[in-house]
Design a protein around this ligand. Structure first.
Ligand SMILES: [Mn+2]
Length: 261
């Protein structure tokens, strides 16, 4: 049995299929960890969702910002956004089943001595605090007020909104610990007053658990002290990466999907 962690798929189903073939993934034997953002930007979000849903308990998936945006679309949000590749999911005959599956995914999850989260953790959060906050958000997403909550994500400022923002969108912090939401380049290019979240997290500093995260294509595949960054920019024309957690072996699949420029 092997556990593989894979970065942001973003609707690139042909690339995901090729990567799973490359690692000879067997759902009866292996486990797949996906760090979120299964959908959007790439051409085949629905196919990715079906592929991962079919894996059942052989896959652990945490929610990313694009997955939550899809949930908002499925809750009735109709934006005027151009280049939105999610319409086929919204129009799918099984859109309801996809929606019910998606809103039951966790915001963070423990797999094989790792904590999986799409984006990051705020500096003051202990491991227990991060998990307590994630469980509160998950209860809301799985409860009767889920639609109202996902439709309020970009404007709300409750502790639950702050948890979602950090766990699905965080990259950089100001030196006083406030999140910075705009900078998305490589950390080496950041203004001096900004620092990557993973240098400030007490969860990483205490070496309690290793983190797996994605969301940051400009960071790429990187081994960090206490964490592995897995978004290797597949949908941006680069590659999709799997890391075998047992021994750290890396498997790369170049983009095989046709992504609109
Ligand atoms: Mn993301």
């Amino acid at each position: 049995m092997s556990v593989y962690a894979v970065g942001d798929v973003q609707g690139c189903d042909r690339t995901l299929a090729a990567l799973l073939w490359q690692i000879d993934f067997d759902p009866a034997r292996d486990h797949l960890v996906l760090v979120g953002d299964l959908v959007n930007r790439g051409p085949a979000s629905l196919a990715v969702l079906h592929r991962v849903m079919d894996l059942g308990s052989a896959a652990t998936v945490v929610l990313g910002n694009h997955d939550l945006y899809l949930l908002a679309r499925l809750a009735g949000h109709t934006p005027g956004k151009e280049r939105d590749t999610l319409q086929r999911v919204v129009d799918a005959p099984d859109a309801r089943a996809v929606r019910e599956w998606l809103r039951r995914r966790p915001l963070c999850a423990r797999v094989a001595d790792h904590l999986v989260v799409h984006a990051g953790l705020l500096p003051g959060w202990t491991l227990a605090e991060a998990e307590r906050r994630a469980r509160a958000v998950e209860a809301t997403l799985q409860g009767p007020r889920w639609a109202e909550f996902v439709l309020s994500l970009r404007r709300g400022d409750s502790p639950e909104h702050q948890t979602v923002a950090a766990m699905t969108r965080l990259r950089m912090l100001h030196r006083d610990g406030r999140p910075e939401w705009r900078f998305n380049g490589p950390p080496e290019d950041a203004p001096l007053e900004l620092v990557p979240w993973y240098t400030q997290s007490q969860v990483l500093q205490r070496h309690q658990i290793r983190l797996l995260f994605g969301h940051w294509a400009a960071l790429g595949l990187r081994w960090l002290p206490g964490a592995v960054a897995l978004d290797s920019g597949c949908v941006w024309g680069r590659e999709l990466t799997a890391v075998r957690l047992d021994d750290g072996a890396v498997f790369r699949e170049p983009l095989r999907d046709l992504v609109a420029a």
